[in-house]
Ligand binder design. Structure first.
Ligand code: AMP
Length: 217
Protein backbone atom coordinates (compact mmCIF):
# COMPACT_ATOMS: atom_id res chain seq x y z
CA UNK A 1 0.00 0.00 0.00
CA UNK A 2 1.15 3.49 -0.86
CA UNK A 3 -0.23 7.02 -0.50
CA UNK A 4 0.18 9.88 -2.95
CA UNK A 5 -0.39 13.54 -2.17
CA UNK A 6 -1.64 16.52 -4.19
CA UNK A 7 -0.71 19.90 -2.73
CA UNK A 8 -1.90 23.30 -3.96
CA UNK A 9 -4.05 26.32 -3.13
CA UNK A 10 -7.86 26.36 -3.42
CA UNK A 11 -8.72 26.40 -7.13
CA UNK A 12 -5.38 24.94 -8.22
CA UNK A 13 -7.14 21.95 -9.76
CA UNK A 14 -6.40 19.28 -7.14
CA UNK A 15 -9.93 17.88 -7.29
CA UNK A 16 -10.08 17.87 -11.09
CA UNK A 17 -6.69 16.18 -11.40
CA UNK A 18 -7.47 13.71 -8.62
CA UNK A 19 -10.67 12.53 -10.34
CA UNK A 20 -8.80 11.71 -13.54
CA UNK A 21 -5.78 10.19 -11.80
CA UNK A 22 -7.82 7.78 -9.71
CA UNK A 23 -9.56 6.56 -12.86
CA UNK A 24 -6.40 6.15 -14.90
CA UNK A 25 -4.39 4.40 -12.20
CA UNK A 26 -7.19 2.72 -10.21
CA UNK A 27 -6.34 4.63 -7.03
CA UNK A 28 -8.63 5.24 -4.10
CA UNK A 29 -9.54 8.95 -3.89
CA UNK A 30 -9.40 10.39 -0.40
CA UNK A 31 -10.60 14.02 -0.43
CA UNK A 32 -10.94 15.42 3.09
CA UNK A 33 -13.16 18.20 1.66
CA UNK A 34 -15.54 15.55 0.20
CA UNK A 35 -15.53 13.54 3.44
CA UNK A 36 -16.33 16.66 5.47
CA UNK A 37 -19.03 17.85 3.03
CA UNK A 38 -20.60 14.41 3.26
CA UNK A 39 -20.52 14.65 7.08
CA UNK A 40 -22.18 18.08 6.87
CA UNK A 41 -24.92 16.88 4.54
CA UNK A 42 -25.60 13.83 6.73
CA UNK A 43 -25.64 16.01 9.86
CA UNK A 44 -23.20 13.80 11.79
CA UNK A 45 -21.56 15.15 14.95
CA UNK A 46 -18.40 16.09 13.03
CA UNK A 47 -20.52 17.56 10.24
CA UNK A 48 -22.44 19.77 12.67
CA UNK A 49 -19.16 21.09 14.10
CA UNK A 50 -17.49 21.54 10.70
CA UNK A 51 -20.36 23.23 8.85
CA UNK A 52 -19.81 26.84 9.93
CA UNK A 53 -16.00 26.50 9.86
CA UNK A 54 -16.12 25.29 6.26
CA UNK A 55 -18.65 27.87 5.12
CA UNK A 56 -16.37 30.57 6.54
CA UNK A 57 -13.41 29.13 4.60
CA UNK A 58 -11.48 28.24 7.76
CA UNK A 59 -9.69 24.97 8.48
CA UNK A 60 -11.28 22.18 10.49
CA UNK A 61 -9.03 21.24 13.44
CA UNK A 62 -6.13 18.88 12.82
CA UNK A 63 -7.21 16.13 15.23
CA UNK A 64 -10.65 15.82 13.64
CA UNK A 65 -9.25 15.66 10.11
CA UNK A 66 -6.42 13.28 11.04
CA UNK A 67 -8.94 11.02 12.76
CA UNK A 68 -11.17 10.88 9.67
CA UNK A 69 -8.21 10.14 7.41
CA UNK A 70 -6.68 7.42 9.59
CA UNK A 71 -10.05 5.71 9.97
CA UNK A 72 -10.40 5.66 6.17
CA UNK A 73 -6.85 4.38 5.67
CA UNK A 74 -7.59 1.36 7.91
CA UNK A 75 -10.11 0.21 5.29
CA UNK A 76 -7.83 0.72 2.29
CA UNK A 77 -5.65 -1.95 0.72
CA UNK A 78 -4.38 -0.45 -2.56
CA UNK A 79 -2.81 2.88 -3.45
CA UNK A 80 -4.54 6.02 -2.15
CA UNK A 81 -4.52 9.56 -3.55
CA UNK A 82 -5.01 12.37 -1.03
CA UNK A 83 -6.67 15.54 -2.24
CA UNK A 84 -6.77 18.45 0.22
CA UNK A 85 -4.78 16.60 2.89
CA UNK A 86 -2.39 17.26 4.57
CA UNK A 87 -3.02 21.00 4.80
CA UNK A 88 -0.91 21.86 7.86
CA UNK A 89 2.51 20.83 9.12
CA UNK A 90 0.84 19.13 12.10
CA UNK A 91 -1.27 17.00 9.70
CA UNK A 92 1.84 16.12 7.64
CA UNK A 93 3.75 15.04 10.74
CA UNK A 94 0.83 13.05 12.13
CA UNK A 95 0.42 11.36 8.75
CA UNK A 96 4.13 10.48 8.58
CA UNK A 97 3.95 8.90 12.06
CA UNK A 98 0.82 6.95 11.10
CA UNK A 99 2.34 5.70 7.83
CA UNK A 100 5.53 4.64 9.52
CA UNK A 101 3.65 2.79 12.29
CA UNK A 102 1.48 1.02 9.71
CA UNK A 103 4.42 0.42 7.34
CA UNK A 104 2.68 2.28 4.52
CA UNK A 105 4.89 3.81 1.86
CA UNK A 106 4.77 7.47 0.76
CA UNK A 107 4.53 7.89 -3.01
CA UNK A 108 4.41 11.03 -5.16
CA UNK A 109 3.95 14.47 -3.58
CA UNK A 110 2.79 16.68 -6.49
CA UNK A 111 2.67 20.39 -5.66
CA UNK A 112 0.36 22.16 -8.17
CA UNK A 113 1.50 25.76 -8.39
CA UNK A 114 -0.91 28.46 -9.57
CA UNK A 115 -0.38 32.18 -8.88
CA UNK A 116 -2.98 33.74 -6.60
CA UNK A 117 -4.39 36.06 -9.28
CA UNK A 118 -5.75 33.05 -11.25
CA UNK A 119 -7.48 31.38 -8.35
CA UNK A 120 -10.50 33.46 -7.37
CA UNK A 121 -12.11 33.31 -10.83
CA UNK A 122 -11.55 29.54 -10.92
CA UNK A 123 -13.23 29.06 -7.55
CA UNK A 124 -16.16 31.44 -7.99
CA UNK A 125 -17.02 29.96 -11.43
CA UNK A 126 -16.73 26.37 -10.21
CA UNK A 127 -19.84 24.17 -10.20
CA UNK A 128 -19.86 20.62 -8.86
CA UNK A 129 -22.19 17.68 -9.41
CA UNK A 130 -24.59 17.40 -6.47
CA UNK A 131 -24.42 13.60 -6.60
CA UNK A 132 -21.52 12.83 -4.24
CA UNK A 133 -20.83 9.50 -5.89
CA UNK A 134 -20.13 11.37 -9.15
CA UNK A 135 -18.77 14.73 -7.94
CA UNK A 136 -17.75 15.90 -11.45
CA UNK A 137 -16.32 19.43 -11.48
CA UNK A 138 -17.23 22.12 -14.05
CA UNK A 139 -16.49 25.80 -14.59
CA UNK A 140 -19.02 28.25 -16.01
CA UNK A 141 -16.50 29.62 -18.53
CA UNK A 142 -13.60 27.16 -18.80
CA UNK A 143 -15.54 23.90 -18.68
CA UNK A 144 -19.31 24.49 -18.92
CA UNK A 145 -21.64 21.48 -18.81
CA UNK A 146 -23.42 20.64 -22.10
CA UNK A 147 -26.85 21.49 -20.61
CA UNK A 148 -27.06 24.39 -18.18
CA UNK A 149 -26.76 23.28 -14.56
CA UNK A 150 -26.89 19.54 -15.38
CA UNK A 151 -23.99 17.10 -14.95
CA UNK A 152 -22.79 15.67 -18.31
CA UNK A 153 -21.86 12.39 -16.64
CA UNK A 154 -24.81 11.48 -14.42
CA UNK A 155 -27.57 14.04 -15.19
CA UNK A 156 -27.79 15.32 -11.59
CA UNK A 157 -28.19 19.06 -10.96
CA UNK A 158 -24.99 21.03 -10.39
CA UNK A 159 -24.38 22.95 -7.19
CA UNK A 160 -22.32 25.94 -6.19
CA UNK A 161 -20.32 25.06 -3.08
CA UNK A 162 -21.14 27.26 -0.07
CA UNK A 163 -17.43 28.15 0.21
CA UNK A 164 -16.94 28.95 -3.49
CA UNK A 165 -17.91 32.61 -3.03
CA UNK A 166 -15.47 35.55 -3.25
CA UNK A 167 -15.74 36.16 0.48
CA UNK A 168 -15.08 32.56 1.56
CA UNK A 169 -12.36 32.30 -1.07
CA UNK A 170 -10.42 35.16 0.54
CA UNK A 171 -10.62 33.47 3.89
CA UNK A 172 -9.56 30.12 2.35
CA UNK A 173 -6.54 31.86 0.78
CA UNK A 174 -5.70 33.35 4.17
CA UNK A 175 -5.84 29.89 5.75
CA UNK A 176 -3.74 28.54 2.89
CA UNK A 177 -1.11 31.27 3.17
CA UNK A 178 -0.92 30.85 6.94
CA UNK A 179 -0.21 27.12 6.80
CA UNK A 180 1.27 26.26 3.41
CA UNK A 181 4.90 27.47 3.58
CA UNK A 182 5.96 25.18 6.46
CA UNK A 183 4.04 22.29 4.87
CA UNK A 184 5.75 22.84 1.53
CA UNK A 185 9.15 23.17 3.21
CA UNK A 186 8.51 19.84 4.97
CA UNK A 187 7.77 17.98 1.71
CA UNK A 188 10.27 19.84 -0.47
CA UNK A 189 13.14 17.97 1.16
CA UNK A 190 11.67 14.58 0.21
CA UNK A 191 12.86 12.56 -2.76
CA UNK A 192 9.35 12.15 -4.24
CA UNK A 193 8.38 15.86 -4.08
CA UNK A 194 7.67 17.39 -7.53
CA UNK A 195 6.35 20.79 -8.57
CA UNK A 196 3.76 21.07 -11.34
CA UNK A 197 2.84 24.21 -13.29
CA UNK A 198 -0.92 24.37 -12.75
CA UNK A 199 -1.62 27.46 -14.88
CA UNK A 200 -2.37 25.65 -18.14
CA UNK A 201 -5.50 23.76 -19.24
CA UNK A 202 -6.56 20.79 -17.06
CA UNK A 203 -5.64 18.31 -19.86
CA UNK A 204 -2.11 19.70 -20.05
CA UNK A 205 -1.65 19.69 -16.30
CA UNK A 206 -2.96 16.11 -16.29
CA UNK A 207 -0.33 15.00 -18.82
CA UNK A 208 2.41 16.45 -16.61
CA UNK A 209 1.01 14.83 -13.46
CA UNK A 210 0.62 11.45 -15.20
CA UNK A 211 4.27 11.52 -16.21
CA UNK A 212 5.32 12.27 -12.63
CA UNK A 213 3.03 9.59 -11.29
CA UNK A 214 4.45 6.99 -13.66
CA UNK A 215 7.97 7.84 -12.49
CA UNK A 216 6.97 7.52 -8.82
CA UNK A 217 4.27 4.81 -8.85
P1 AMP B 1 -11.59 21.41 -0.20
O1 AMP B 1 -12.73 20.66 -0.82
O2 AMP B 1 -10.32 20.62 -0.16
O3 AMP B 1 -11.41 22.78 -0.80
O4 AMP B 1 -11.98 21.65 1.33
C1 AMP B 1 -13.12 22.39 1.69
C2 AMP B 1 -13.06 22.81 3.15
O5 AMP B 1 -13.03 21.64 3.99
C3 AMP B 1 -11.82 23.59 3.54
O6 AMP B 1 -11.94 24.98 3.27
C4 AMP B 1 -11.75 23.31 5.05
O7 AMP B 1 -12.75 24.04 5.76
C5 AMP B 1 -12.16 21.84 5.10
N1 AMP B 1 -10.99 20.95 4.93
C6 AMP B 1 -10.75 20.09 3.91
N2 AMP B 1 -9.60 19.44 4.07
C7 AMP B 1 -9.07 19.89 5.23
C8 AMP B 1 -7.87 19.62 5.95
N3 AMP B 1 -6.96 18.74 5.49
N4 AMP B 1 -7.67 20.29 7.12
C9 AMP B 1 -8.57 21.18 7.61
N5 AMP B 1 -9.70 21.49 6.97
C10 AMP B 1 -9.97 20.85 5.79
Amino acid sequence: MKVHILLGPPGSGKGTQAKQLVEKFALSHLSTGDILRDAVSKGTEIGLRAKAIMAAGKLVDDDTVNGLVFARLQDETGAVLFDGYPRTLQQAEALAAFLSAQKIEMGLVADIEVPEEFLEARVVGRRSCSNNACGAIYHLENKPPRAENVCDLCGSPLKHRADDTSEAFRSRMEAFNATFKPLQAYYRGMANYRRVDGRSKPEEVFEAVVELYQENA
